[in-house]
Design a binder for this molecule. Structure first.
Ligand code: HGY
Ligand code: MN
Ligand code: MN
Length: 399
Protein backbone atom coordinates (compact mmCIF):
# COMPACT_ATOMS: atom_id res chain seq x y z
CA UNK A 1 0.00 0.00 0.00
CA UNK A 2 1.48 3.36 -1.03
CA UNK A 3 -0.23 6.61 0.00
CA UNK A 4 -0.10 9.62 -2.34
CA UNK A 5 0.55 12.79 -0.35
CA UNK A 6 -0.23 15.14 -3.27
CA UNK A 7 -3.63 13.49 -3.79
CA UNK A 8 -4.28 13.63 -0.03
CA UNK A 9 -3.51 17.38 0.12
CA UNK A 10 -5.60 18.05 -3.00
CA UNK A 11 -8.61 16.33 -1.42
CA UNK A 12 -8.08 18.20 1.84
CA UNK A 13 -8.18 21.50 -0.04
CA UNK A 14 -11.15 20.19 -2.04
CA UNK A 15 -13.16 19.65 1.13
CA UNK A 16 -12.19 23.15 2.34
CA UNK A 17 -14.14 24.71 -0.55
CA UNK A 18 -17.42 23.68 1.12
CA UNK A 19 -18.36 26.50 3.45
CA UNK A 20 -15.10 28.42 2.88
CA UNK A 21 -15.37 31.46 5.14
CA UNK A 22 -13.24 33.77 3.04
CA UNK A 23 -11.04 34.44 6.08
CA UNK A 24 -7.77 32.52 5.80
CA UNK A 25 -8.50 28.83 5.35
CA UNK A 26 -11.48 28.93 7.72
CA UNK A 27 -14.78 27.15 7.15
CA UNK A 28 -18.41 27.58 8.25
CA UNK A 29 -19.90 24.11 7.86
CA UNK A 30 -22.09 23.21 10.84
CA UNK A 31 -23.88 19.86 10.82
CA UNK A 32 -26.75 19.65 8.29
CA UNK A 33 -26.10 23.15 6.92
CA UNK A 34 -26.19 23.35 3.14
CA UNK A 35 -22.37 23.30 2.82
CA UNK A 36 -22.14 20.36 5.23
CA UNK A 37 -24.60 18.27 3.22
CA UNK A 38 -22.87 19.27 -0.05
CA UNK A 39 -19.50 18.29 1.45
CA UNK A 40 -20.93 14.93 2.49
CA UNK A 41 -22.21 14.32 -1.05
CA UNK A 42 -18.76 15.18 -2.42
CA UNK A 43 -17.18 12.83 0.07
CA UNK A 44 -19.54 10.03 -0.97
CA UNK A 45 -18.40 10.50 -4.59
CA UNK A 46 -14.76 10.36 -3.52
CA UNK A 47 -15.40 7.20 -1.49
CA UNK A 48 -17.14 5.54 -4.39
CA UNK A 49 -14.33 6.48 -6.78
CA UNK A 50 -11.91 4.92 -4.29
CA UNK A 51 -13.73 1.59 -4.62
CA UNK A 52 -15.59 1.73 -1.30
CA UNK A 53 -19.25 0.97 -0.85
CA UNK A 54 -21.01 4.17 0.25
CA UNK A 55 -23.58 4.31 3.03
CA UNK A 56 -25.36 7.06 4.99
CA UNK A 57 -26.82 6.21 8.38
CA UNK A 58 -30.06 7.66 9.85
CA UNK A 59 -28.23 10.52 11.59
CA UNK A 60 -26.18 11.69 8.59
CA UNK A 61 -22.85 9.97 9.27
CA UNK A 62 -21.25 8.97 5.95
CA UNK A 63 -19.46 5.64 5.55
CA UNK A 64 -17.18 4.21 2.87
CA UNK A 65 -17.10 0.49 3.52
CA UNK A 66 -14.48 -2.03 2.45
CA UNK A 67 -15.54 -5.63 1.94
CA UNK A 68 -15.28 -8.04 4.86
CA UNK A 69 -13.89 -7.30 8.31
CA UNK A 70 -11.98 -4.01 8.14
CA UNK A 71 -10.09 -1.44 10.15
CA UNK A 72 -12.11 1.77 10.44
CA UNK A 73 -10.46 5.19 10.04
CA UNK A 74 -12.05 8.64 10.06
CA UNK A 75 -13.37 11.58 12.04
CA UNK A 76 -15.96 14.26 11.15
CA UNK A 77 -16.49 16.81 8.36
CA UNK A 78 -18.91 19.21 10.09
CA UNK A 79 -17.39 22.35 11.66
CA UNK A 80 -17.96 24.76 14.50
CA UNK A 81 -19.99 27.91 13.65
CA UNK A 82 -16.55 29.42 12.99
CA UNK A 83 -14.12 26.62 12.34
CA UNK A 84 -10.80 25.70 10.82
CA UNK A 85 -10.22 23.62 7.71
CA UNK A 86 -8.55 20.69 9.48
CA UNK A 87 -10.63 19.97 12.58
CA UNK A 88 -12.22 16.65 11.64
CA UNK A 89 -11.55 17.05 7.92
CA UNK A 90 -7.95 15.90 8.34
CA UNK A 91 -8.94 12.55 9.85
CA UNK A 92 -11.57 11.94 7.19
CA UNK A 93 -9.33 12.75 4.22
CA UNK A 94 -6.35 10.82 5.65
CA UNK A 95 -8.74 7.86 6.03
CA UNK A 96 -9.93 8.29 2.45
CA UNK A 97 -6.37 8.34 1.09
CA UNK A 98 -5.31 5.25 3.05
CA UNK A 99 -8.46 3.32 2.10
CA UNK A 100 -7.95 4.30 -1.55
CA UNK A 101 -4.30 3.27 -1.50
CA UNK A 102 -5.31 -0.01 0.13
CA UNK A 103 -7.93 -0.65 -2.57
CA UNK A 104 -5.31 0.02 -5.25
CA UNK A 105 -2.90 -2.40 -3.62
CA UNK A 106 -5.53 -5.13 -3.17
CA UNK A 107 -5.58 -4.77 0.64
CA UNK A 108 -5.72 -4.41 3.58
CA UNK A 109 -9.45 -3.78 4.14
CA UNK A 110 -9.83 -0.20 5.39
CA UNK A 111 -13.19 1.57 5.82
CA UNK A 112 -13.82 5.30 6.25
CA UNK A 113 -16.32 7.30 8.30
CA UNK A 114 -17.29 10.94 8.61
CA UNK A 115 -19.47 11.18 11.71
CA UNK A 116 -22.20 13.81 11.84
CA UNK A 117 -22.38 16.71 14.29
CA UNK A 118 -19.18 15.97 16.15
CA UNK A 119 -19.01 19.69 16.82
CA UNK A 120 -22.16 19.63 18.89
CA UNK A 121 -24.64 21.85 17.11
CA UNK A 122 -27.19 19.68 18.93
CA UNK A 123 -25.33 17.61 21.50
CA UNK A 124 -21.77 16.54 22.21
CA UNK A 125 -20.31 14.45 19.34
CA UNK A 126 -23.91 13.66 18.42
CA UNK A 127 -23.55 11.26 15.44
CA UNK A 128 -20.96 8.98 17.01
CA UNK A 129 -22.63 9.22 20.43
CA UNK A 130 -25.81 7.78 18.92
CA UNK A 131 -23.92 5.07 17.00
CA UNK A 132 -21.89 4.24 20.10
CA UNK A 133 -25.03 3.76 22.18
CA UNK A 134 -24.08 6.64 24.48
CA UNK A 135 -27.04 8.80 23.40
CA UNK A 136 -30.43 7.21 22.59
CA UNK A 137 -31.80 8.34 19.22
CA UNK A 138 -35.10 9.43 20.81
CA UNK A 139 -33.23 11.62 23.29
CA UNK A 140 -31.11 13.10 20.50
CA UNK A 141 -34.16 13.84 18.39
CA UNK A 142 -35.52 16.13 21.11
CA UNK A 143 -32.28 18.13 21.43
CA UNK A 144 -32.31 21.64 19.98
CA UNK A 145 -29.59 23.88 18.60
CA UNK A 146 -29.09 27.41 19.90
CA UNK A 147 -31.84 28.69 17.59
CA UNK A 148 -34.35 26.10 18.74
CA UNK A 149 -34.11 23.78 15.68
CA UNK A 150 -34.70 20.15 16.67
CA UNK A 151 -32.19 17.43 15.76
CA UNK A 152 -35.08 15.35 14.42
CA UNK A 153 -35.94 18.09 11.93
CA UNK A 154 -32.33 18.81 10.98
CA UNK A 155 -31.54 15.20 10.13
CA UNK A 156 -34.50 15.15 7.78
CA UNK A 157 -32.22 17.17 5.42
CA UNK A 158 -30.36 13.92 4.67
CA UNK A 159 -33.27 11.50 5.00
CA UNK A 160 -33.39 10.88 1.24
CA UNK A 161 -29.88 9.33 1.41
CA UNK A 162 -30.22 7.48 4.70
CA UNK A 163 -30.17 3.72 5.27
CA UNK A 164 -29.72 1.68 8.44
CA UNK A 165 -27.08 2.08 11.15
CA UNK A 166 -23.85 0.29 10.23
CA UNK A 167 -23.09 -2.91 12.17
CA UNK A 168 -20.07 -2.17 14.40
CA UNK A 169 -19.20 -5.88 14.31
CA UNK A 170 -17.71 -5.49 10.84
CA UNK A 171 -14.80 -3.38 12.18
CA UNK A 172 -11.71 -4.64 13.99
CA UNK A 173 -10.72 -1.25 15.45
CA UNK A 174 -10.81 2.51 14.88
CA UNK A 175 -8.01 5.05 14.48
CA UNK A 176 -8.72 8.78 14.31
CA UNK A 177 -6.09 11.23 13.11
CA UNK A 178 -6.66 14.83 14.23
CA UNK A 179 -4.93 18.13 14.75
CA UNK A 180 -3.82 18.66 18.34
CA UNK A 181 -5.80 21.91 18.82
CA UNK A 182 -3.49 22.88 21.66
CA UNK A 183 0.00 24.36 21.96
CA UNK A 184 2.23 21.49 23.15
CA UNK A 185 3.56 19.91 19.92
CA UNK A 186 4.00 23.28 18.22
CA UNK A 187 5.86 24.76 21.18
CA UNK A 188 8.17 21.74 21.40
CA UNK A 189 8.83 21.65 17.64
CA UNK A 190 7.49 18.07 17.50
CA UNK A 191 5.47 16.48 14.69
CA UNK A 192 3.35 13.66 16.13
CA UNK A 193 1.34 13.08 19.30
CA UNK A 194 0.20 9.54 20.12
CA UNK A 195 -2.85 9.93 22.34
CA UNK A 196 -3.00 8.14 25.70
CA UNK A 197 -6.49 9.20 26.92
CA UNK A 198 -9.35 11.51 25.97
CA UNK A 199 -10.80 13.69 28.74
CA UNK A 200 -14.43 13.60 29.88
CA UNK A 201 -16.95 16.40 29.43
CA UNK A 202 -20.18 17.74 30.87
CA UNK A 203 -22.31 20.26 29.01
CA UNK A 204 -25.68 21.82 29.86
CA UNK A 205 -27.67 25.00 29.45
CA UNK A 206 -28.63 27.15 32.42
CA UNK A 207 -31.60 29.52 32.25
CA UNK A 208 -32.29 32.40 34.65
CA UNK A 209 -35.62 34.18 34.40
CA UNK A 210 -36.43 37.46 36.08
CA UNK A 211 -38.74 40.28 35.04
CA UNK A 212 -38.54 42.15 31.75
CA UNK A 213 -39.06 45.87 32.31
CA UNK A 214 -38.20 49.42 31.21
CA UNK A 215 -34.48 50.23 31.55
CA UNK A 216 -35.13 53.91 32.28
CA UNK A 217 -37.89 53.77 34.83
CA UNK A 218 -37.27 50.60 36.84
CA UNK A 219 -35.27 51.43 40.02
CA UNK A 220 -32.27 49.23 40.61
CA UNK A 221 -33.58 47.77 43.85
CA UNK A 222 -36.80 46.60 42.16
CA UNK A 223 -35.16 44.85 39.24
CA UNK A 224 -34.98 41.11 38.68
CA UNK A 225 -32.30 41.31 35.99
CA UNK A 226 -31.38 37.93 34.49
CA UNK A 227 -28.06 39.15 33.04
CA UNK A 228 -26.96 40.54 36.40
CA UNK A 229 -27.61 37.07 37.81
CA UNK A 230 -25.57 35.36 35.11
CA UNK A 231 -22.70 37.79 35.56
CA UNK A 232 -22.63 37.18 39.31
CA UNK A 233 -22.66 33.41 38.72
CA UNK A 234 -19.82 33.66 36.19
CA UNK A 235 -17.79 35.95 38.44
CA UNK A 236 -18.04 33.66 41.45
CA UNK A 237 -17.57 30.43 39.51
CA UNK A 238 -13.75 30.27 39.44
CA UNK A 239 -13.44 30.75 43.19
CA UNK A 240 -16.21 28.22 43.82
CA UNK A 241 -14.40 25.57 41.76
CA UNK A 242 -10.90 26.38 43.04
CA UNK A 243 -10.89 23.68 45.71
CA UNK A 244 -11.59 20.76 43.37
CA UNK A 245 -10.00 21.54 40.01
CA UNK A 246 -6.47 20.76 38.74
CA UNK A 247 -4.36 22.89 36.36
CA UNK A 248 -5.68 20.68 33.51
CA UNK A 249 -9.38 21.13 34.35
CA UNK A 250 -11.23 23.58 32.07
CA UNK A 251 -14.66 25.21 32.12
CA UNK A 252 -16.36 27.55 29.66
CA UNK A 253 -19.43 29.73 29.25
CA UNK A 254 -19.26 29.98 25.46
CA UNK A 255 -22.77 30.89 24.38
CA UNK A 256 -25.18 33.41 25.89
CA UNK A 257 -28.70 34.10 24.72
CA UNK A 258 -30.20 37.23 26.27
CA UNK A 259 -33.89 37.99 25.96
CA UNK A 260 -34.97 40.30 24.48
CA UNK A 261 -31.39 41.54 23.97
CA UNK A 262 -32.12 45.27 23.70
CA UNK A 263 -30.32 48.25 25.24
CA UNK A 264 -33.39 49.78 26.84
CA UNK A 265 -34.94 46.68 28.34
CA UNK A 266 -34.02 45.09 31.67
CA UNK A 267 -33.31 41.55 30.44
CA UNK A 268 -36.01 39.15 31.57
CA UNK A 269 -34.28 35.96 30.62
CA UNK A 270 -30.85 34.57 29.88
CA UNK A 271 -29.86 31.11 28.74
CA UNK A 272 -26.18 30.25 28.67
CA UNK A 273 -24.01 27.21 28.03
CA UNK A 274 -22.01 25.75 30.90
CA UNK A 275 -19.36 23.22 29.89
CA UNK A 276 -16.56 21.62 31.88
CA UNK A 277 -13.92 18.98 31.15
CA UNK A 278 -11.57 16.86 33.21
CA UNK A 279 -9.76 13.52 33.05
CA UNK A 280 -11.69 12.11 36.06
CA UNK A 281 -15.36 11.27 36.29
CA UNK A 282 -15.46 11.93 40.05
CA UNK A 283 -14.16 15.47 39.58
CA UNK A 284 -16.68 16.14 36.82
CA UNK A 285 -19.39 15.18 39.31
CA UNK A 286 -18.00 17.36 42.09
CA UNK A 287 -17.90 20.28 39.69
CA UNK A 288 -21.51 19.63 38.72
CA UNK A 289 -22.58 19.79 42.35
CA UNK A 290 -20.76 23.10 42.83
CA UNK A 291 -22.14 24.59 39.61
CA UNK A 292 -25.71 23.66 40.46
CA UNK A 293 -25.55 24.94 44.02
CA UNK A 294 -23.87 28.23 43.04
CA UNK A 295 -26.58 28.81 40.41
CA UNK A 296 -29.25 28.07 43.03
CA UNK A 297 -27.67 30.45 45.52
CA UNK A 298 -27.39 33.32 43.02
CA UNK A 299 -30.90 32.80 41.64
CA UNK A 300 -32.39 32.58 45.14
CA UNK A 301 -30.74 35.78 46.35
CA UNK A 302 -31.88 37.71 43.29
CA UNK A 303 -35.42 36.34 43.01
CA UNK A 304 -34.71 34.68 39.68
CA UNK A 305 -36.24 31.44 38.46
CA UNK A 306 -33.60 28.86 37.63
CA UNK A 307 -33.77 25.88 35.28
CA UNK A 308 -31.20 23.45 33.92
CA UNK A 309 -31.33 21.89 30.44
CA UNK A 310 -30.48 18.25 29.68
CA UNK A 311 -27.07 17.18 30.99
CA UNK A 312 -24.88 15.89 28.17
CA UNK A 313 -21.65 14.14 28.93
CA UNK A 314 -18.96 11.72 27.91
CA UNK A 315 -16.68 9.81 30.24
CA UNK A 316 -12.86 9.88 29.99
CA UNK A 317 -11.54 7.06 27.77
CA UNK A 318 -8.13 5.36 27.54
CA UNK A 319 -6.73 4.37 24.15
CA UNK A 320 -6.20 0.71 23.27
CA UNK A 321 -2.65 -0.54 23.98
CA UNK A 322 -2.22 -2.51 20.76
CA UNK A 323 -3.43 0.23 18.40
CA UNK A 324 -1.55 2.86 20.36
CA UNK A 325 1.60 0.73 20.23
CA UNK A 326 1.33 0.46 16.44
CA UNK A 327 1.08 4.26 16.21
CA UNK A 328 4.06 4.69 18.53
CA UNK A 329 6.21 2.28 16.49
CA UNK A 330 5.20 4.00 13.29
CA UNK A 331 5.89 7.45 14.79
CA UNK A 332 9.33 6.30 15.93
CA UNK A 333 10.09 5.16 12.40
CA UNK A 334 8.77 8.24 10.57
CA UNK A 335 9.57 10.93 13.13
CA UNK A 336 12.22 9.63 15.53
CA UNK A 337 12.79 12.13 18.33
CA UNK A 338 9.92 14.30 17.14
CA UNK A 339 6.92 12.64 18.74
CA UNK A 340 5.44 12.20 22.20
CA UNK A 341 2.61 10.49 24.03
CA UNK A 342 -0.02 12.92 25.30
CA UNK A 343 -3.62 13.16 26.52
CA UNK A 344 -6.36 14.83 24.45
CA UNK A 345 -8.11 17.80 26.04
CA UNK A 346 -10.51 18.02 23.09
CA UNK A 347 -13.36 15.56 22.63
CA UNK A 348 -13.36 13.21 19.67
CA UNK A 349 -15.61 10.65 18.02
CA UNK A 350 -13.12 7.99 19.17
CA UNK A 351 -14.59 8.34 22.68
CA UNK A 352 -17.91 6.94 21.47
CA UNK A 353 -16.47 4.41 19.04
CA UNK A 354 -14.59 2.93 22.04
CA UNK A 355 -17.94 1.52 23.19
CA UNK A 356 -17.79 -0.89 20.25
CA UNK A 357 -14.10 -1.64 19.54
CA UNK A 358 -10.48 -0.79 20.37
CA UNK A 359 -9.64 2.81 19.44
CA UNK A 360 -6.54 5.00 19.17
CA UNK A 361 -5.67 8.50 17.99
CA UNK A 362 -2.73 10.48 16.66
CA UNK A 363 -2.19 14.23 16.54
CA UNK A 364 -0.23 16.61 14.34
CA UNK A 365 0.66 20.12 15.59
CA UNK A 366 -1.63 23.14 15.45
CA UNK A 367 0.28 26.30 14.56
CA UNK A 368 0.26 28.56 17.65
CA UNK A 369 -2.10 26.05 19.25
CA UNK A 370 -5.14 27.66 17.57
CA UNK A 371 -8.33 25.79 16.66
CA UNK A 372 -12.11 26.40 16.63
CA UNK A 373 -11.14 29.60 14.80
CA UNK A 374 -10.54 30.58 11.18
CA UNK A 375 -6.81 30.94 11.93
CA UNK A 376 -6.41 27.18 12.56
CA UNK A 377 -3.61 25.67 10.46
CA UNK A 378 -0.86 23.03 10.33
CA UNK A 379 2.33 22.93 8.21
CA UNK A 380 1.83 20.75 5.11
CA UNK A 381 4.93 18.73 5.97
CA UNK A 382 3.33 17.82 9.32
CA UNK A 383 0.05 16.84 7.66
CA UNK A 384 1.96 14.50 5.36
CA UNK A 385 4.03 13.01 8.19
CA UNK A 386 0.78 12.35 10.06
CA UNK A 387 -0.64 10.55 7.03
CA UNK A 388 2.49 8.42 6.74
CA UNK A 389 2.51 7.55 10.44
CA UNK A 390 -1.12 6.49 10.24
CA UNK A 391 -0.50 4.44 7.08
CA UNK A 392 2.47 2.78 8.77
CA UNK A 393 0.34 1.88 11.80
CA UNK A 394 -2.40 0.45 9.56
CA UNK A 395 0.19 -1.69 7.75
CA UNK A 396 1.55 -2.99 11.10
CA UNK A 397 -1.92 -3.84 12.40
CA UNK A 398 -3.09 -5.62 9.26
CA UNK A 399 0.02 -7.66 8.47
O1 HGY B 1 -15.32 20.46 21.60
C1 HGY B 1 -14.58 19.53 21.27
O2 HGY B 1 -13.66 19.12 21.97
C2 HGY B 1 -14.74 18.93 19.93
O3 HGY B 1 -13.96 19.67 19.04
N1 HGY B 1 -16.06 18.90 19.49
MN1 MN C 1 -12.66 17.56 15.70
MN1 MN D 1 -13.79 20.68 16.99
Amino acid sequence: MKVDSARFLADLHGLRQFGASGVGKGVVRPAFSEPDVAARRWLMDRMQAAGLSVHVDPVGSVWGLAEGPSLLLGSHSDSQPEGGWLDGALGVIAALEIARAAQEAGGPAVSVVSFQDEEGRFGVTTGSAIWGGVLPLETADALTDRDGVRFADARAAMADMAGEFVDPGRFTGFIEMHIEQGPWLDQAGETIGVVTDIVGIRDMRITLEGEQNHAGTTPMHLRRDAVQGMVEFATRLNAALAGVVTPETVWTIGHVNVHPNASSIVPGKVTFSMQWRDAETARLQEMEDIIRSLAEEVAGARGLDLSFGPMLGLEPVAMDDRLRGALAESAERQAAGRWREMPSGALHDATNVARHMPVAMLFVPSINGISHAFAEDTAEADLVTGLEVLAGAVARLTN
